[in-house]
Design a protein. Structure first.
Length: 279
């Protein structure tokens, strides 16, 4: 699919967009849409406990918590609720869904079949974003149901790209592993920074300095990886002098009980749990 990464993609979206749930992820999406040219008057937000920031957007034209009967025809419904809240809210959300409504779900563990069962007749796109979406650096994986039209897929793509990159897949069974790698992945990176700082303290560094060094090293290395066209293995090798300090550390990290083994087990555990939650 051709990447849609311009403001025009959002400026040209037709019809009303209803965002159900404006928490951290939903709020990040909304801010991204507006920043990339979505007309605020096209947006409706359903959020029982809106933040001050979301409430302030009402002054710019966004409709906040209107009665369903006052919304009119809805072209797209974006579901950014917690999965456990969706069953309770599903009955209310059906009032926004017509025979030509696109539904974009960012809920973890909720399959296309489940969503189609709660919102019958909708054209459903299931997605898995991650938390760097809050700064426009997320990555989202999406899969479309068979009844999603080409135009609706373009709309979904434009909405999702407002917070970062998008990858489309055709095999829904991959979504559990996607959840384990990119959905849960930011927590692994934050743990790396946390444990690197702790190890620095164990090596004799003051806690404040160790934390600063760890945070900036993880953040800077991530930015270098983002900007570089080199494979991550090559970047690692470029830092590693034979017989040097980095090589000594990597002997531990790549050992039998090192990072490869730990991450393989961690991703497998997260994948298994994602499958369990989908039942």
């Amino acid at each position: 699919m051709t990447a849609l990464n311009s403001a025009n993609a959002l400026e040209n979206i037709q019809g009303t967009i209803v965002l159900a749930g404006a928490g951290k992820m939903g709020g990040a999406m909304l801010r991204g849409w507006l920043a990339q040219g979505l007309d605020p008057k096209k947006a409706v937000v359903i959020e029982p406990s809106p933040s001050e920031e979301i409430s302030a957007l009402a002054a710019k034209g966004i409709r906040l918590n209107p009665a369903p009967k006052d919304v009119g025809g809805v072209a797209t419904l974006v579901v950014a609720l917690k999965p456990q809240m969706f069953r309770e809210a599903g009955a209310m959300l059906t009032s926004f869904v017509g025979p030509s409504t696109l539904v974009v779900s960012i809920m973890a563990g909720r399959t296309l079949a489940f969503l189609e069962g709660v919102l019958p007749g909708a054209a459903v796109v299931r997605t898995m974003p991650n938390t760097p979406a809050a700064i426009g650096r997320g990555i989202t994986v999406a899969i479309a149901a068979n009844n999603v039209s080409a135009t609706q897929r373009v709309t979904a793509d434009a909405l999702l790209r407002a917070t970062g990159s998008v990858e489309w897949i055709d095999d829904e069974s991959l979504m559990d592993a996607v959840t384990a790698v990119s959905g849960s992945g930011p927590a692994y990176i934050f743990l790396l920074a946390e444990e690197l700082a702790r190890a620095g303290v164990e090596a004799g560094l003051p806690a404040e300095l160790a934390t600063k060094l760890a945070r900036e090293t993880v953040a800077g290395s991530g930015e270098l990886l983002h900007r570089s066209e080199l494979p991550s293995a090559t970047l690692r090798q470029n830092v590693t002098s034979p017989g040097g300090t980095t090589a000594a550390a990597l002997e531990v990290l790549t050992g039998p009980d090192g990072m490869q083994s730990l991450l393989t087990r961690a991703v497998a555990a997260a994948t298994k749990r994602s499958r369990e939650l989908a039942k």
